[in-house]
Design a binder for this molecule. Structure first.
Ligand code: APR
Ligand code: PHB
Length: 389
């Protein structure tokens, strides 16, 4: 088997890259370890920056998003018993779209199918070869047979736990990490969202987030211990804890009902500065992780794919290798700024068990400043709607 770009990982990064390359006449094969149902069963964040929306439209997968997505011109911060709205539209002239990552992934699969794209599911034992020469290849097992895919380039889009990053020799990898001393317990319920916009709440018991997927499907999170077992959280306990963290008027308005999904996610910041090894290029969660506060994971992956697809298209179009050579540096400048924002939003909104009384007062003062200064709110808003590419 031979293709131009071998893409390891059929999550949003890999599929979007495959789709953008296809539209530029460049072939690719996507190798995904899991089944399609499994990939589509993962529930992830659901806020798209306008740059991500534009990229999805450019990839030819924006039609359902534009029809079903919810345009949000603002969100609220709740603290000290009140709420404060961050008016994204007034502060930046831009907005975000609430549309679940699962839906984005579904649309990408549908587009790959419609264009006859090759996505192999259930691949095992992916191994990369000859990355530093000009004829790399990927070997794997698929449907009981050993296969070899010859290619020009390999895109490592296999998420945080995938194998491609490990193909970069350890001495060349520069990794930076912060693991937060808490997680998020999230539920999905077929209830009306408590508000028409998102609410990020901070409280002595910990952070809470009221989000949504559509007008009859709510997504709520509460800060919990990193090793929390979701089975210890019957629905009633979850709703009580959420209500306690919300201002009284919202707590009263909260519609509760049975959860249809419940899971705990750890919070981590991580960057692998080395995003290239010879003809291997990393993108998305394979190269970096942000904590979910601010919903940057998918948006950051989309920005990587924008840079990487442009660089590959330039190489195939004119033979110009400069954009590929500059890919990591270009992507990392934006990655670090988005890492900073996600870390900052996490640090002002959560209860850190190890914070000193002084640090707690600093946190309170920061929130107070944020809700009183239009300069501070603008800084928050411009990061939330997304930094330019
Ligand atoms: N072989 C093939 N595929 C693999 C392997 C492997 N050995 N290991 C992992 N994968 C697949 C996973 O099953 C997954 O479908 O790679 C895919 C990676 O997808 P994601 O983890 O969704 O990462 P990415 O596509 O970069 O998307 C980034 O997803 O994780 C969220 O917060 C993140 O929203 C962001 C977005
Ligand atoms: C979500 O809807 O799942 C969501 C929204 C905003 C976030 C994180 C997650 O910051």
């Amino acid at each position: 088997m031979r293709t131009a770009v071998a893409i390891v990982g059929g999550g949003p990064s890999g599929l979007l890259l495959s789709q953008l390359l296809h539209r530029a006449g460049i072939g690719s094969v996507v190798l995904e370890r899991r089944s399609r149902d499994y990939v589509l069963g993962r529930i992830r964040a659901g806020v798209l920056e306008d740059g991500t929306q534009a990229l999805l439209r450019r990839a030819g997968v924006g039609e359902r998003m534009d029809r079903e997505g919810l345009v949000h011109d603002g969100f609220s911060l709740a603290h000290g018993g009140g709420t404060h709205r961050i008016d994204l539209a007034a502060l930046t002239g831009r907005s975000v779209m609430v549309y679940g990552q699962t839906e984005v992934t579904k649309d990408l699969y549908a587009a790959r199918d419609a264009m006859g794209g090759t996505v192999l599911h259930g691949v095992e034992d992916v191994a990369l070869h000859d990355l530093t020469g000009d004829a790399p290849s990927v070997t794997f097992r698929h449907e009981g047979a050993d296969r070899r895919l010859a290619c020009d380039f390999v895109a490592g889009c296999d998420g945080f736990h995938g194998p491609t990053r490990q193909s970069i020799p350890a001495p060349e990898r520069r990794e930076f990490e912060r693991v937060y001393p808490f997680g998020w317990l999230g539920i999905l319920s077929e209830t009306a969202p408590v508000d028409h916009e998102l609410i990020y709440a901070t409280h002595g018991d910990g952070f809470a987030l009221c989000s949504m997927r559509n007008p009859r499907l709510s997504r709520y999170y509460i800060q919990c211990r990193a090793d929390e077992n979701p089975d210890d959280w019957p629905d009633a306990r979850f709703w009580d804890a959420l209500r306690a963290r919300l201002p009284a008027a919202l707590a009263e308005a909260l519609e509760t009902g049975p959860s249809i999904e419940k899971s705990v996610a750890p919070l981590r910041s991580y960057v692998c500065e080395t995003m290239r090894h010879g003809r291997l290029f990393l993108a998305g969660d394979a190269a970096h992780i942000v904590p979910p506060t601010g919903a940057k994971g998918l948006n950051l992956a989309a920005a990587d794919i924008h840079y990487l697809s442009e660089a590959l298209i330039a190489w195939y179009g004119t033979g110009d290798a400069a954009p590929l050579d500059g890919y990591a540096a270009r992507a990392l400048r934006r990655i670090w700024k988005t890492e900073r924002f996600s870390w900052w939003m996490t640090s002002i909104l959560h209860d850190f068990p190890d914070r000193s009384p002084f640090e707690r007062r600093m946190q309170r003062a920061e929130l107070d400043y944020l809700t009183q200064s239009s300069a501070a709110m603008t800084a928050l808003a411009e990061n939330y709607v997304g930094l330019p590419y």
